[in-house]
Design a protein around this ligand. Structure first.
Ligand SMILES: NC(=O)C1=CN([C@@H]2O[C@H](COP(=O)(O)OP(=O)(O)OC[C@H]3O[C@@H](n4cnc5c(N)ncnc54)[C@H](O)[C@@H]3O)[C@@H](O)[C@H]2O)C=CC1
Ligand SMILES: O=C(O)CCC(=O)C(=O)O
Length: 529
């Protein structure tokens, strides 16, 4: 039974999927302190948060069973990603579910700041009928500067066009062609801030975007411009903004997010008549909260059940078409690694993976993570190594991972060839997916084989001499070990040979030792997949 802790207010409708799952129990405990979370997190397999819970290294350290942290929303700046990656904890978010909602909030803020709606409301409900103080401006024919043209920025730009605004935009990934398609004018940050009547920011908070709008930018702005931040506190320098408002450069500002949340009661924004604020409400609609909770619950379930998932933040994203092509190979890749690591003597120093046939043209990085996971999990443990941290753990241990691709497939439509180089030896194992038959290992070192990669296997290297098969069969049989399949491979008659047995149960250690003592047998290795 998997245990999921929900530590922020997350839509019940959205996490219904988790309540309904027979292999999951859900505890809702919003508002816990870091210490309280550290005390209880040890019993949970998954943690679901919004933006309030700060998922710190201490919490992850205490979360010995924690496999996944799910963020019901976009920004993961409340989660210590390097700490998660180091521990193999998958961090996922729900990037699509709140896009429209946050875009609409941005628009609401832009219109509210253009027409002084909160200030006018406050006076009116207090009995003051003041029609002089609140002269607004139209959006039509104004220049809107959009910094960050991802999901939300692009939606804001589309709506602003309908309002008759002209959009000037900057995003490091925005090409001339896409800008043209979206009907926006591409510019640098400084060009945009110098020309805009309104500016809205929609980037993540990164070292590069922190204070991307600060004193130098305010100094070149048009007098009387208006500015909106519904992305992350700190993208706009709050102190520099206050100065710009007081100097009359900024006529109005609308902030949903703050450098420190919640802001202190004496934060200057909270009292300023030209600044309107909301308490990080960008994503707060029924629809968005349901969407993100559903998205994140679906992914958490897949991860807990060991199935393929998307939206991992601490792994490179995999496009759906690539994922569809690779997914069938994940198990084969991991088993190749797990098998060969068990067979290889000594400390593995290099992992070489060659992809050929239909795999040669695909981005195989996600698959390599599975192969490396298979190799490392033999020594480090399957619960320690996962596809999030496998490459990180290999690097940390100075294990080199080398990937190559070739067209030649030795007659198979696809082939993964894994070579492990240790300080003692070099071993090779190749596997394929056979249409209709599933995964097969087809080459072990220099020997062609046909091994179904599952169960208990005995790999016996021996000299190709008459009577060996009989002696092995007799010894195993007399010890109640039933042989399910047996294969023998050799390169030349009378030379070195290999025998691969699938047995119904693991033989006792003593039986393996007896096998190794039989004449002409060189080594016996047990492998479990
Ligand atoms: N107020 C709220 O409740 C919410 C806030 N957000 C925040 O809104 C922001 C945008 O979210 P999405 O559009 O979903 O993310 P996104 O990832 O789709 O878009 C972000 C864009 O920013 C661009 N970018 C990165 N560095 C930049 C730079 N130096 N200059 C210009 N552009 C840069 C990226 O290339 C990307 O296209 C995020 O910070 C997110 O956390 C999102 C949802 C709700
Ligand atoms: O969960 C929330 O309400 C905050 C949403 C947010 O800031 C995000 O998704 O990045």
């Amino acid at each position: 039974m998997y245990k999921v802790l929900v530590s922020d207010p997350i839509s019940d409708m959205g996490i219904q999927l988790l309540y309904d799952a027979s292999d999951v129990t859900v505890d809702k405990k919003p508002g816990l302190s870091e210490d309280e979370l550290v005390d209880i997190i040890g019993e949970y397999d998954a943690l679901l948060v919004r933006s309030q819970t700060r998922v710190t290294e201490r919490i992850m350290e205490a979360g010995k069973k924690l496999k996944v942290v799910g963020r019901a929303g976009v920004g993961v700046d409340n989660i210590d990603l390097p700490a998660a990656t180091k521990r193999g904890i998958i961090v996922i978010n729900a990037p699509d579910g709140n896009t429209i909602t946050t875009c609409e909030h941005t628009f609401a803020m832009m219109m509210a700041v253009a027409r002084h709606i909160p200030q006018a409301y406050a006076k009116t409900v207090n009995g003051v009928w003041d029609r002089k103080s609140f002269l607004g401006v139209e959006l039509r024919n104004k220049v809107l500067g959009v910094l960050g043209m991802g999901r939300i920025g692009s939606e804001v730009a589309a709506r602003a066009k309908a309002f008759g605004m002209s959009i000037h935009a900057y995003d490091p990934f925005l090409t001339e062609e896409r800008a043209e398609k979206l009907g926006v004018k591409l510019g640098t940050v400084n060009e945009i801030v110098a020309n805009a009547d309104f500016i809205t920011v929609h980037t993540p908070l990164t070292p590069e975007t922190r204070h991307m709008i600060s004193r130098p930018q305010f100094e070149i702005m048009k007098k009387g411009m208006r500015i909106v931040n519904c992305a992350r506190g700190g993208i706009i320098d709050e102190l520099a903004l206050m100065e710009a408002v007081d100097q009359g450069i900024v006529a109005g500002a609308a902030f949903d997010v703050f450098e420190e949340e919640p802001p202190r009661p004496d934060h200057p924004f909270l009292k300023h008549p030209q600044i309107i604020v909301t308490p990080h409400l960008g994503a707060s609609t029924v629809e968005a909260q349901e969407n993100v909770a559903i998205d994140v619950s679906e992914q958490v379930l897949l991860i807990l059940r060991g199935q393929a998932f998307k939206n991992a933040v601490n792994m490179p994203p995999v496009p759906a078409d690539v994922l569809n092509k690779l997914q069938p190979y994940f198990d084969l890749g991991e088993k190749l690694g797990h098998f060969l690591a068990q067979l290889t003597i000594g400390a593995v120093r290099e992992i070489h993976v060659n992809y050929s046939g239909e795999l040669a043209d695909v981005d195989t990085n996600p698959l390599t993570r599975y192969v490396v996971r298979g190799v490392l999990s033999h020594h480090l443990g399957g619960d320690v190594v996962n596809v999030v941290n496998s490459m990180h753990l290999a690097k940390e241990r100075d294990v080199q991972v080398v990937v190559s691709k070739t067209a030649a497939t030795k007659g198979f439509t696809n082939l993964i060839t894994l070579t492990l180089k240790s300080n003692k030896e070099e071993r090779l194992l190749a596997g394929t997916l056979l249409n209709g038959y599933g995964a097969r290992f087809v080459q072990l070192d220099q020997y062609p084989v046909d091994i179904s990669p599952e169960g208990n296997l005995l790999i016996i290297s021996h000299n190709d001499k008459p009577g060996i098969i009989g002696r092995v069969g007799t010894l195993l049989g007399s010890n109640e070990v039933n042989i399910a399949t047996m294969q023998v491979g050799r390169k030349i008659v009378g030379g070195a040979a290999i025998m691969v047995l699938t047995v119904d149960k693991q033989p006792a250690k003593i039986v393996v030792e007896e096998l190794a003592k039989l004449p002409e047998i060189i080594t016996v290795k047990e492998i479990t997949l």
